[in-house]
Design a protein around this ligand. Sequence first.
Ligand code: PLP
Length: 360
Amino acid sequence: MPRPVRASIRPSALRHNLEVARRHARDSRIWAVVKAGAYGHGLLRAAAALSDADGYALLDLNEAVRLREAGITKPILLLEGIFQPADLETVDRCGLTLALHDREQILMLERSRLSAPVAVCLKLNTGMHRLGFAGAQVRAAYSRLQASGKVAAITLMTHFADADGAGGVAAQMARFAQWTAGLGGEATLANSAALLRYPETRADWVRPGIMLYGCSPFAELSADALGLQPAMTLASEIIALQELKPGDRVGYGGTFAAMRPMRIGVVACGYADGYPRHAPGFNDRSTPVLVAGRRTHTLGRVSMDMLCVDLSDIAEARVGSPVVLWGEGLSADEVAASAGTLSYELLCALAARVPQIEVE
Ligand SMILES: *Cc1c(COP(=O)(O)O)cnc(C)c1O
């Protein structure tokens, strides 16, 4: 028997979440963001479930090639563009859409030999200060692209730094409008948070990621409240039971100490499976877990292959009882918040050794 840890992936949830995105997007087209192996859900599986999207967005050229080899003919946007001139051969062969955020990339494009002009997204740095052109550089880059003869359509693109937070989008929207005034072409601005919170960011294309996987981009608003369904459930089983006496300690470093007699369970899931090692399991602060459908919490440090949970109030729990680490019944957002991170990181960090199974 293999270890009982596994990730169930629910294509019906992906389809449902895409419909939610579609309702918010209205007439805007949707680039389904499937970077990082579709946020850990399996690139091809997720792309198939999200086939009602108008296109796909990712970063890795090899992932783009895999989508084309799987027969996908919709637009595929490379969010970071190209990294070296040779990448343009693949872009050309596979008909990929290219984000351009740097002068080096424009130079590569100008010097390339393409069989046909390529569709590009000109990326503007409107406040994130990560990638893109700003101020007067925008018009200069746009003109150069137009003059290059290498470019078909130019879509104007930016990315929000704080659409999920207090900063909002207004300052970045204002810069975008100012720097692109009079430039022709479509525009793409919104990630999940902007799509859900700021209808004015919809433009021609939206780029939702995390919401498609059933997690919330907002700290204070749950995925459930947004009508989203978790697409990944990380589950395992209890593999051992222990009875603790007062004073007994649990796990490496003995960071949890029993204050009373307790019954605890050992779960076959650890940080080598992608469970966050920093999820607290202290006496006064711990991380939620479902055992046999009932809510309990972690105890002590997370080990490489195991973690411990409190079963004192779950009398029916046995070796073999089902455990949900996150997903259905327990949002990855909540587990992530407890561990001081985001659901994005948990989903992407699902380890390759965890078998993924598709469920309806
Ligand atoms: C990852 C990414 C997105 C999707 O962001 P979510 O917060 O997951 O919706 C959109 N645009 C760009 C440029 C990205 O890198």
